[in-house]
Design a protein around this ligand. Structure first.
Ligand SMILES: [Zn+2]
Length: 168
């Protein structure tokens, strides 16, 4: 005997096969579900490229205003003070802790490393500060004015975290 669905190729009883994995539901009102998401993100560092290339080569670069001379401890294409274009300058690899905080919570990437210290590093003759991690100092032992020196990851991630500081 021929089933009606086999006769004309039409199958009103067709069903997708069930999958082994369900969907993780966190909440129903509002409905919150887990959805895995993964992308490759190809992006340019544009004018900040020399700063990242510096990190890969054990150098910290800052920006100096060619017009008013203001010096930034971070990449800046234009001066915050007068708007003129800046040029790159090499920063010293030693500085002092201007201020600090110890983090007991962080984003997913850093959560497993808590508690950790973040410091604003002050460099001789530079007008702004650099935010970075301070390692090698126990909790409760970070001090304002502490001498620190830069270290670089041997295998660069080409990220701001390539540089971190240790006690000098
Ligand atoms: Zn300027």
């Amino acid at each position: 005997m021929t089933l009606p669905s086999e006769k004309d190729g039409l199958d009103p009883n067709f069903k997708f096969p069930e999958t082994e994995t369900g969907t993780v539901v966190y909440n129903v009102d509002p409905l919150i579900v887990k959805y895995h998401y993964e992308i490759d993100y190809i992006h340019s560092y544009c004018q900040d490229s020399p700063w990242f290339l510096g990190l890969m080569n054990g150098k910290l670069l800052g920006s100096r205003c060619g017009k008013c001379g203001y010096k930034f401890a971070t990449p800046r294409a234009h001066c915050m003070q007068c708007g003129a274009e800046t040029e790159w300058m090499e920063l010293p690899l030693e500085g002092t802790v201007h201020t600090w905080t110890t983090c007991y919570f962080g984003s997913q990437e850093f959560l497993k490393e808590t508690p950790y210290h973040l410091v604003m590093v002050e460099f001789e003759g530079v007008d702004t500060l650099l935010l970075a991690r301070l390692v090698g100092v126990p909790v409760g032992k970070v001090e304002i004015g502490m001498k620190v020196k830069a270290r670089f990851r041997r295998l660069s991630k080409i990220a701001p975290t390539d540089v971190y500081f240790v006690p000098a």
